[in-house]
Write a protein that binds this ligand. Structure first.
Ligand code: PAF
Length: 287
């Protein structure tokens, strides 16, 4: 395992491997790895000659009142975990290394970033695109791996790859869950014991809403059902609970097939997200 911190060292590794015709897989992360990240890395291991994991808590995707400073960081622990799933290189740059200039160029995410998480996290997805575009340019991966848990992020990155012609394939890996259904997240460590015991209701609510949707096709009723489950079981606040077409994130119509049922809930100070993506045949829909 090679842990590097500079762009110069990274470029040397990329050049050497590209010259040898090696296939490079990238797993972009903000560290504090959990099983979800390890699943991305394991899949990357099976599909590439070289697996590079970036570990960088990207300041440009955090709002002024968000948890950039307190976001959990532990490179030593991450290195051990990444080694255990066969990652070859960890690229863990400093903020100064990634952003040495004050630069006036930014990539702006479009309409897909105005809803769901984007509605309350202004500029968040612009920051994500900025760092992901930099990582794609620096690492030139053949395949890059993202978790479905961040379904909106994936949809927006897909649009950037399409619109800016990045020569990279995106692999979307299903959500990894705790035994009780809670989606794995680096932020789960913030939950108190009580909050942790309430959190699985989020996934249960989504499953119930999906079942209702498939049965009745009634979007409004399904969403209300899920909201009720969360309100009754979680001391918190629903930020959004929405059904949209996927990956374009538009209103569901009778033409829609693939849908995203997405939720964000504040439990105490912790904001948890989760989603289901499934085929919802338009002809059954009461929309
Ligand atoms: O999903 C994340 O962890 C981050 O948004 C990403 C893609 C690594 C960019 O900082």
């Amino acid at each position: 395992m090679n842990v590097i911190h500079t762009i110069e060292a990274l470029r040397a590794i990329i050049l050497e491997n590209k010259q040898k015709g090696k296939r490079i897989g990238l797993v972009p992360t903000m560290g504090y790895l959990h099983e979800g990240h390890l699943k991305l890395a394991s899949q990357a291991r099976t599909e590439n000659d070289v697996v590079i994991m970036s570990i960088f808590v990207n300041p440009t995707q955090f709002g002024p009142n968000e948890d950039f400073e307190s976001y959990p960081r532990d490179l030593q622990r991450d290195t051990k975990l990444a080694t255990s799933v066969g990652v070859d290189v960890i690229f863990a740059p400093s903020v100064e290394e990634m952003y040495p200039h004050d630069g006036g160029i930014s990539i702006l995410a479009g309409h897909q970033a105005t809803l769901l998480c984007g509605a309350s996290r202004l500029g968040h997805f612009d920051g994500v695109l900025q760092v992901v575009a930099k990582l794609f340019n620096l690492i030139q991966p053949d395949i890059s791996y993202f978790g479905q848990k961040d379904a909106q992020q994936v949809a927006i990155i897909q649009t950037m790859v399409r619109d800016y012609n990045f020569p990279v394939e995106l692999r979307i890996v299903p959500v990894v869950r705790e035994e009780d259904g809670l989606a794995k997240s680096s932020r789960n460590v913030y939950l108190s014991e009580t909050e942790r015991s309430q959190a699985p209701a989020i996934q249960q609510a989504l499953q119930l809403a999906k079942r209702e949707l498939m049965k009745s096709g009634n979007v409004e009723k399904s969403i209300q059902l899920a909201e009720k489950i969360i309100e009754e079981n979680v001391e918190g606040r629903i930020d959004y609970l929405t059904l949209l077409s996927y990956p374009d994130l538009a209103e569901v119509t009778t033409e829609t097939d693939q849908v995203l049922l997405a939720v964000a809930v504040y439990i105490g100070k912790t904001r948890l997200i989760d989603n289901l993506i499934f085929s919802f045949k338009g002809e059954h829909a009461h929309v």
